[in-house]
Design a protein around this ligand. Structure first.
Ligand SMILES: N[C@@H](CCC(=O)N[C@@H](CS)C(=O)NCC(=O)O)C(=O)O
Length: 219
């Protein structure tokens, strides 16, 4: 039995997209992005009170990179995954987990722009710094996909992790500044499994783009 606990528009899109690409049977539990994640029933699956959480044969996994590794190992070792001994194994692992280097800035920016509702709670400096640091991670992907369709020789779970992170990040850093990344991202968006995994995500970000906040006049 495979059951994914998911909130639309969040990192669990990563696991959902992968499950759709793998074409395996699974049950989807869609949760609101609120205190539901702090309920004992959810904490029993993800003790940090977050998504994704994946129930898989009697265990619960709660880290998206580990979920990608385990699902690929089991269902697509040399397709969406890269098995031990494969020449692209190390690079595959690195990109699967680089998704979190991108996502940490998306999470901080989401918190600043969306979750902190009062202006006095927000830090313009933090939004400027985090947007710059997110842009640097986009630059790393930009360099990797110059002249190639995907992060590795073929589409893989590495593109899924990083692609989902860029989907969040594009609300804070303009893709137009990263043309090769933009073409790679359009290629990913054209995949039916990605479009399906993004269903219902539209409500998460109220705006298409959140520029860094300006410093208050005189400070
Ligand atoms: N490193 C974890 C991060 C999971 C995570 O922070 N998920 C966010 C959604 S993008 C969450 O559930 N946040 C709820 C909260 O912090 O209350 C992973 O990749 O699975």
């Amino acid at each position: 039995m495979i059951r994914l606990h998911h909130c639309p528009g969040t990192r669990s899109v990563r696991s959902l997209w992968l499950l759709y690409e793998l074409g395996v049977d699974f049950e989807l539990v869609t949760l609101p992005f609120d205190k539901t994640l702090r309920q004992p029933a959810h904490l029993a699956l993800n003790p940090a009170g977050r998504v994704p959480a994946l129930e898989l044969g009697g265990t619960a996994l709660f880290e998206s990179g580990a979920i990608a590794e385990v699902l690929c190992e089991r269902f697509s070792p040399a397709g969406l995954g890269r098995p031990v001994g494969h020449p692209e194994r190390a690079a595959w692992l690195q990109w699967v987990h680089f998704a979190e280097t991108v996502s940490q800035h998306c999470a901080n920016l989401t918190q600043q722009h969306l979750m902190l509702r009062e202006d006095h709670m927000r830090s313009p400096i933090l939004t400027q710094l985090e947007a710059r640091r997110l842009g640097k991670t986009f630059g790393v992907i930009e360099a990797a996909v110059q002249g190639s369709d995907y992060l590795l020789s073929e589409f893989s779970a590495a593109d899924i992790g990083a692609g989902q992170a860029v989907e969040m990040g594009r609300h804070f850093v303009r893709l137009a500044d990263y043309p090769a990344l933009g073409r790679w991202f359009d290629r990913l968006l054209a995949r039916p499994a990605f479009a399906r995994a993004l269903e219902g995500a539209g409500g998460f970000y109220a705006r298409d783009f959140y520029p860094p906040l300006e410093d208050p006049a005189g400070s």
